[in-house]
Write a protein that binds this ligand. Structure first.
Ligand code: NDP
Length: 461
């Protein structure tokens, strides 16, 4: 008789957990997975997928307006928020069903329950009130939006604010929205609400949004937001939120009071390790509550691993999936495999998009590279007749000694679709010469990446 109920118990049914459970089961392991809410996790249920549907929804108005230059006239256009929500919910329910079906098909037992540690091999299922044991355990519980602002406290009235979780289920589209933060979620939702017709103000504590991204992208995005009519308040934080009548009033550190209908906090996310009782299993947490792991995603207890957002490494769905696959190779296929976090492309789905892979100009210098920078800023062909005063920016950061392309940064339509393939070239060690001898595909925006012959400038650390 087996010593444990399962060979692997996965806590969390998001991107990382689901992939690990399925692959381990396919490798012959007896696997169970506990998900306390809906299968699919942040990405499917309240993140990437519904967000991208919202992004699409937010871009129709602009496209229809711009089509006038091409001879189209659609008359009066109206938008119905409840239709968007209902259709989005139907698609998310379909994906959730697919996730569940695929996991079950692989032979994994799913518990719709909250699992917490009882000891290093035992989990307590809180709803069922029973214990299960497993030889190996994978923590894949993800993270959640934080509400702690300023000096790590919830501001007075903070409970009147929503986060991205609630933004997917609002009863009506707010007329005036205030968004706090300057990262991925704040910027994406600022453009979503703006595109759908809300008045949007972004309140960010820094000097310009998207800290850590290449400065040229940050400047281009800030200028674009301002020219679109999204108000950006920099060096600014809320100190208090109050409800007065039907509106909300946010007081800022600059003494201003901003009236609006909805306030959204997008000020980062915190790992879901609260009340998981990892201490009973000898699993240590880091300062932000993240599960501490080594390069093989092993926690401080060698038979307990963790993948995805709960480890606070790179918070991206494909990275969680990659970590999960490496975990299965390591723990079930006798093939120790470290996740590789180099050259991970990412995109911020603003309008237009930001997409980036490799080193920013600033990071390349910090890492000691002497660099040549190639930049191109141009008006996309689409907008010549459309009349919208937008510009696309493309930038290559090249190592001056080796000619290797260290980073590629794009602000423009379809940037995310372009950067995926650029990531392949960087992974293969492409040089600027490789870009130069690639024949352009005309007329596209992407052709600029292979036709930037003259360097814009050089810099040394
Ligand atoms: P980010 O880390 O991207 O941004 C958090 C923002 O909140 C930063 O601008 C930060 O400012 C600000 N902030 C942090 N703490 C405070 C505070 N106490 N008071 C005021 N402002 C504060 O987090 P997000 O929540 O936007 O997204 C989480 C992660 O999820 C992202 O990092 C990304 O990895 C992933 N994600 C990816 C998406 C995609 O691939 N398109 C989409 C959405 C999320 P500062 O810069 O000054 O620190």
């Amino acid at each position: 008789m087996a010593r444990f109920d399962y060979d692997l118990f996965v806590i969390g049914g998001g991107s990382g957990g689901v992939r690990a459970a399925r692959m381990a089961a396919q490798a012959g392991a007896r696997v169970a997975l506990a998900e306390e809410w809906r299968m699919g996790g942040t990405c499917v249920i309240r993140g990437c997928i519904p967000k991208k549907l919202f992004v699409y929804a937010s871009q129709f108005r602009e496209n229809i307006l711009d089509s006038k230059g091409y001879g189209w006239d659609f008359g009066d256009c109206t938008f119905d928020w409840p239709t968007l929500i209902a259709n989005k919910d139907r698609e998310i329910a379909r994906l959730e069903w697919l996730y569940t079906a695929n996991v079950e098909k692989a032979g994994v037992t799913i518990f719709q329950d909250r699992a917490v540690f009882d000891d290093e091999h035992t989990l307590l299922l809180l709803n069922e009130g029973r214990k299960v044991t497993a030889e190996k355990i994978l923590i894949a519980t993800g993270n959640r939006p934080t509400r702690e602002m300023g000096t790590s406290h919830v501001i007075p009235g903070g409970d009147l604010c929503i986060t991205s979780d609630e933004a997917f289920h609002l009863e009506r589209l707010p007329r005036r929205v205030l968004i706090a933060g300057g990262g991925y979620i704040a910027l994406e939702f600022a453009h979503i609400f703006h595109g759908l017709g809300s008045d949007v103000s972004l309140v960010y504590r820094g000097e310009k949004p998207l800290r850590g991204f290449d400065n040229c992208l940050r400047d281009a995005l800030l200028e674009s937001m301002q020219s679109r009519g999204i108000e950006v308040l920099l060096g600014c934080e809320f100190t208090k939120v109050e409800k007065r009548g039907v509106s909300l009033h946010a007081e800022t550190n600059k003494g201003a009071v901003i009236e609006c209908d909805q306030i959204m906090l997008a000020i980062g996310r915190q790992p879901n390790t609260m009340a998981l009782h990892v201490e009973k299993a000898g699993v240590e947490l880091g300062k932000r509550g993240e599960v501490r792991v080594d390069e093989y995603s092993r926690t401080t207890n060698p038979h307990i691993h963790a993948v995805g957002d709960v480890t606070d490494r790179v918070q991206l769905t494909p990275v969680a999936i990659h970590e999960a696959m490496c975990f299965v190779e390591t723990a079930f296929k006798d093939n120790p495999t470290r996740p590789d976090h180099v050259h991970v492309a990412s995109a911020v789905f603003t309008t237009p998009e930001i997409a980036t892979v490799g080193l920013s100009e600033e990071m390349a210098l910090l890492k000691g590279h002497s660099i040549d920078v190639f930049k191109s800023s141009f008006r996309p062909l689409l907008h010549t007749l459309g009349g919208r005063p937008v510009r696309t920016l493309m930038k290559l950061v090249v190592d001056a000694k080796t000619d290797k392309v260290l980073g590629c940064h794009i602000f423009g339509d379809h940037a995310s679709e372009i950067i995926q393939i650029v990531a392949v070239t960087l992974r293969m060690g492409a040089t600027k010469k490789d870009f130069d001898r690639t024949i352009a595909l005309h007329p596209t925006a992407a052709e600029e990446l292979v036709t930037m012959r003259t360097k814009s400038y050089s810099r040394s650390p």
